[in-house]
Design a protein around this ligand. Sequence first.
Ligand code: SAH
Length: 351
Amino acid sequence: MKKDIRSYTYEELQEEMKAFGEKSFRAKQIYEWLHVKLADSFSEMTNLSLTLRNRLEEEYVIFPVAMVKRQQSSLDGTNKFLFQLYDGNLVESVLMRYKHGNSVCISSQVGCRMGCRFCASTLDGLERNLSPAEMVGQIYEIQKIIGERISNVVVMGTGEPLDNYNNLLKFIRLLTDEHGLNISQRNVTVSTCGIVPKMYDLANEHLQITLALSLHGSTQEKRKKLMPVANKYHLDEVLKACDDYFKETGRRITFEYSLVEGVNDNEEDARELIRILKERNCHLNLIPVNPIKERDFKQPSRKSALNFKNKLEKNGINVTIRREMGADIDGACGQLRRRVSTTLQQERRKP
Ligand code: SAH
């Protein structure tokens, strides 16, 4: 089997090339082709000898992340990309354009096995993990397509990043390596539904990335109704792990809370949320739930969401209602991939 060259960290590539009998500056050149010039074939690497290029071709492969669809929102300039991987699997990524720069939301798995009730990505379960190369590949492709630098990355697309922990760590290394795109760790956010042991592991890496915790319920009971993972890890344990992350890294946690009408948006929910977050140095993102057709979850009215936010704010919680982006282009996680793969399956079934 050919080796996945784009998943090697800079240090690993140096080791590889040494074993290959090449001088160490070759590793630097190849890494630059892969992670700065964003080459997707060895034939582009014109400062390497033809012999070396051929040898690389024989032993290694640059796994493709190939765009099959791009949707552009006419509301806010958000772009949604659908990419095809070497085995035909599809993943989606989102580009959001802000005043402070271009931000990309990437997927970390094909599908997901966490089962959150309101999420489209998890409806068909987990297909497989993405490799580090397939994670950076989403960002590289978008940067090439738009011809502009990506400055921020959020791992909030399909998948549970901490369920693909080792690949996630390598991905962060590749992305933030000074020999590559050199994106600042502070501009990287990883979102988790709360896999407690992996949260402790991540804290021990002492990275400067932001950890976002999907809360969605302010009591253990409420959370259990929306997130099956709460059956495994109690809310108290999850919050303790958040505190540990802050203690170890000095990075304040972002809590995410999808507002679902009649489910987690009443007075008592707000009160409990205040109780949990008041003593914590954190930020709260309220996200009006993005309805999916498979479930009957509704967004609260604008007024009721603002009311919820004001209550928290009055109690000193640092809170924003996240601007909904790309609502006209299958904005919710996993919607585009699901719609396209269903269509593809139907087409295949046609006589
Ligand atoms: N598995 C990770 C990251 C992917 S989901 C996690 O759970 O955090 C990214 C965020 O989008 C999570 O907070 C998730 O709960 C939320 N989300 C998923 N589907 C949604 C929907 N239909 N509406 C609003 N938020 C949703």
